[in-house]
Design a protein around this ligand. Structure first.
Ligand SMILES: Nc1nc2c(ncn2[C@@H]2O[C@H](COP(=O)(O)OP(=O)(O)OP(=O)(O)O)[C@@H](O)[C@H]2O)c(=O)[nH]1
Ligand SMILES: [Mg+2]
Length: 406
């Protein structure tokens, strides 16, 4: 059973569709769903009283054993719904957290998920404290339940502090790696976009490597980076990223900050969009918003529509008309990858400068040692020296000039 409340019917339906996908990812079978058109959820029961009764009937009729709310609900709403319906209740944040928990494999991923869960739990302990107090039959200002709540709260806070410290250490390790990468000046491209757009598939086919792909939401929690050699011989790094989603719970954004922020250090972004998705515009906006939030909205971006093998021709024509700068590919069927590689090369080389260097023959090796980072356009050998025309980024050029200067 899924329930939702909102003003705009279209939006609710769209979001419900997505929640069905999230439930499927968790292996939960959705038997029925229901929504209520109202300006705001009821503060006590989320749905209005009448609708909640209706929900109860449907739950009983369908013998549902779980109700999923497509929103983050308050502890009070949670408690009231649960006791009224007599079945388990999960909200949107918990569903996403559960998916994250199942998909995390690395130490960092697991710690981030634990952190997000604790951040979610902490403000919700209050409601539980009241329960504990009442159970203890406490009267006055300090019920017998209260100290227990304090113990629990302190415990959670300590654990959060521990997690924060360890995550900071991991981040520092990553900073060192990133610094090395920046020093080596290897261009870094990140594939970003809504969950299930095909980001991992694209990384896999571009780099001919083994990357986890699945028809699930949030299949990727730990970004993978692979080397890719472009046609000119230049080597770049390509990263897969955690998928974006609407209403990404705040606790998750904060716990996954480090992972998301990696995107900020890319030279180019590939914004991948599932062209066959009826709600792609909403999802593009949601991705846009996350990019802004993490400060990655100024990075040069290539808009790429994926899964064109699933689209009728008219749909692609409409998209082409609407987004004339976009590229159209099918990662799975390997359609359009050449154009994407060309565009990547183009965007990366836009940062490049072209120059002809006079290089003494005994120093030619210096140039070839760096061939991963530059493109040689022309070589003209003369007596004792060569005129080499090359294209590379400014820093590499400066370094080369120093090296070959006699
Ligand atoms: N038909 C078709 N399916 C595709 C294409 N590209 C990817 N898929 C499928 O789409 C699903 C999601 O692909 P992933 O590569 O895991 O997507 P993702 O963007 O990495 O997803 P998350 O990691 O969950 O954010 C898989 O079932 C893929 O096989 C394509 O070009 N055509
Ligand atoms: Mg993925």
């Amino acid at each position: 059973m899924i329930v939702a409340v909102g003003k705009d019917e279209e939006k609710i339906k769209e979001s419900l569709e997505e929640m069905k996908g999230l439930c499927k990812t968790l292996g939960v079978e959705v038997v029925e769903w229901l929504w209520q058109k109202r300006a705001k959820p009821d503060p006590a029961t989320y749905l209005g009283k009448g609708k909640l009764q209706k929900l109860k009937e449907v739950v009983e009729f369908c013998e549902a054993d779980l109700v999923v709310v497509d929103d983050e609900i308050t502890p009070v709403q949670y408690k009231n719904m649960q006791s009224e319906l007599n079945v388990d209740v999960l909200d949107r944040t918990q569903v996403i957290l559960e998916i994250f928990a199942r998909h995390a494999t690395s130490e960092e991923g697991k710690l981030q998920v634990e952190m997000a869960s604790l951040l979610y739990e902490l403000p919700r302990l209050v409601g539980k404290g009241e329960e504990l107090s009442r159970l203890g039959g406490g009267i006055g200002t300090r019920g017998p339940g209260e100290p227990l709540l304090e113990v629990l709260r302190r415990h959670i806070k300590n654990r959060i502090a521990q997690l924060r410290k360890r995550l900071k250490e991991i981040e520092q390790e990553r900073n060192t790696q990133r610094k090395q990468r920046l020093e080596k000046k290897i261009p870094h491209v990140s594939i970003v976009g809504y969950t299930n757009a095909g980001k991992s598939t694209l990384l896999k086919v571009l780099t001919d490597s083994d990357v986890y792909v699945a028809d699930k939401l949030f299949a990727t929690l730990e970004p993978v980076t692979r080397r890719l050699k472009l046609k000119s011989g230049r080597v770049i790094l390509v990263s897969d990223t955690v998928g974006f989603i609407r209403k990404l719970p705040h606790t998750i954004v904060s716990a996954f900050k480090a992972t998301l922020e990696e995107i900020k250090y890319s030279d180019v972004l590939i914004h991948l969009v599932d062209a066959s998705d009826p709600y792609l515009e909403e999802k593009m906006k949601a991705s846009e918003k996350v990019l802004e939030e993490i400060g990655a909205d100024k990075i040069p971006r290539i808009l790429v529509f994926n899964k064109i093998d699933l689209c009728p021709r008219e749909r692609i024509e409409t998209l082409k008309w609407k987004y004339p700068e976009a590229l159209f590919i099918s990662a799975e069927k390997r359609i359009g990858l050449d154009q994407l590689l060309d565009r990547l090369e183009e965007v990366i080389s836009q940062r490049d400068v072209q120059e002809t260097l006079k290089v003494p023959l005994e120093k030619i090796g210096q140039i070839y040692a760096l061939k991963d980072r530059l493109e040689i356009l022309n070589e003209d050998y003369r007596e004792g020296y060569a005129l080499i025309t090359l294209k590379t980024d400014r820093e590499t050029l400066e370094m080369l000039k120093r090296k070959v200067a006699s």
